[in-house]
Design a binder for this molecule. Structure first.
Ligand SMILES: *Cc1c(COP(=O)(O)O)cnc(C)c1O
Length: 425
């Protein structure tokens, strides 16, 4: 098997002699055929091919193949945003009346999706702390539970998921584990190796890496045996009448059933397809992912160490920093580095945090994380500004919390910028 660096550059697309070196942008909605019968076979999923870009597009597929290889999966698809990837992965398994077990340390958008929007669809959920006991985890399952969800490194809490433990609990209850691997990327962790069945991404973050295009991805490990849990997953194991009675798990096997169903059924009906141009941009980002991610981690560790020793800093949260509550899990799952995001608090509280941010020159104030440019966010003053200090404390986002997404600028300039801003805070 090829190494990650080679897959980043060359995976998913091997041009034939004289073909374009770079993945072509197939900017076309449709694909004509000589006979109606030829096209009919595509509609019946009897042969492979393209007929309408809402379902599949060659540019999108080439980039999906690269991400599939990076994660060590059997099939993958791209979506128009990370939110769509999370929703499709969950909704491919759950219907009205079903139940999801999720880690409570997840991205705010994923929490809203599960706790509010999917609840309105009749899908219930139970949230567990990522460091709950085995007994608490087991107690969260119900007979109608269809999957377990968590994040390798939670955004923004920076909690590290014990993937192996969550996978074992999921499998003991006959359901798959879905892991959002956005912050770690397959450069730092491949959740499938630790037992995750489905991996999702917001490619908007490190994979794109340049703040250029919103996108998402879903990768199937091919390891979950749907037919062994036939009654739990009728969508995969019984005929899909909206697709001429195809039984996905029978026709496409464990390696292909999940992504084929999500494409043929959910993409068909929901249309959250990425633009081919965005997939092209995503691929440019992927070509340097293995070079950028280690630099993000190196810079972030240096920033975390600097902050930890600074007299004006009250606390620092970075999983790769010795003494962090998640240090041991980070060493296990992320031995080469965790991510570029560091959160910390200033002794001067809310006012100092705001002043510190205003004085930064290298890092800009932005509601974004995980791209080449350093950026900083004060949740209490922006994304969470409607909350009282007590509500903020309960949400684990204290009024003094600053979230710094460390970019890949020169570390000397990043540290000098932080030093002068702290001086004035
Ligand atoms: C940003 C993010 C998402 C949502 O992705 P979008 O591309 O913004 O829709 C999901 N999960 C994690 C961990 C994220 O950071």
């Amino acid at each position: 098997m090829k190494k990650q660096g080679t897959i980043c550059v060359q995976g998913g697309y091997q041009p034939e002699s004289g073909a374009p070196r770079q993945i072509p942008i197939i900017q076309s909605t449709t694909y004509p055929y000589a006979t109606a019968e030829e096209m009919g076979k595509l509609f019946d999923l009897e042969t492979e091919g393209y007929f309408y870009t809402r379902l599949q597009n060659p540019t999108n597929d080439a980039v999906a193949r690269k991400i599939c290889e990076l994660e060590g999966g059997t099939a993958a698809m791209l979506t128009s945003a990370g939110q769509a990837a999370t929703f499709l992965a969950l909704f491919n398994l759950c219907s009205c009346g079903d139940h999801i077990v999720s880690s409570s340390a997840i991205y705010g958008g994923s929490y809203n999706l599960i706790a509010v929007t999917m609840k309105r669809m009749g899908i219930e959920s139970t949230f567990v702390e990522p460091d709950c006991t085995d007994e608490e985890l087991a107690a969260a399952f119900r007979p109608n539970t269809k999957c377990v969800f968590g994040e390798t490194i939670a955004n923004p809490a920076l909690a590290v998921l014990d993937i192996q433990r969550f996978a074992e609990a999921a499998h003991a209850h006959g359901v798959p584990l879905i892991v959002d691997n956005t912050f770690a990327t397959p450069i730092n962790c491949r959740p499938i190796q630790w037992g995750a069945d489905i991996v999702t991404h917001s490619t908007t973050k490190y994979m794109d890496g340049h703040a250029a295009a919103v996108g998402g991805a879903i990768v199937d490990s091919g390891n979950f045996d749907w037919m062994a849990h036939k009654d739990k997953f009728p969508g995969l194991t019984t005929p899909d009448e909206s697709y001429h009675g195809v039984v996905y798990a029978e026709r496409f096997g464990n390696g292909g059933a999940f992504i084929t169903k999500a494409t043929a059924q959910l993409m068909r009906d929901l249309g959250c397809t990425p633009a081919p141009m965005n997939s092209f941009l995503l691929n440019l980002g992927l070509e340097s992912l293995h070079v950028r991610v280690p630099r993000h981690c190196e810079n972030a560790l240096a920033v975390a160490q600097y902050l930890q020793d600074h007299p004006k800093v009250a606390w620092v949260n970075y999983p790769s920093l010795p003494g962090n509550p998640y240090y041991a899990l980070a060493q296990k799952y992320l031995p080469h580095g965790s991510c570029g995001v560091v959160s910390f608090g200033l002794k001067g509280g809310r006012e100092s945090a705001a002043r510190f941010m205003e004085k930064l020159h290298v890092a800009s104030i932005a509601t974004h994380v995980a791209d080449a440019h350093s950026c900083v966010l004060h949740p209490a003053g922006t994304t969470h500004r409607q909350m009282t200090d007590a509500e903020l404390a309960h949400a684990g986002v204290g009024p003094d919390l600053v979230r710094l997404s460390v970019g890949i600028e020169d570390i000397d300039d990043i540290l000098a910028d932080i030093a002068q801003a702290l001086e004035q805070a």
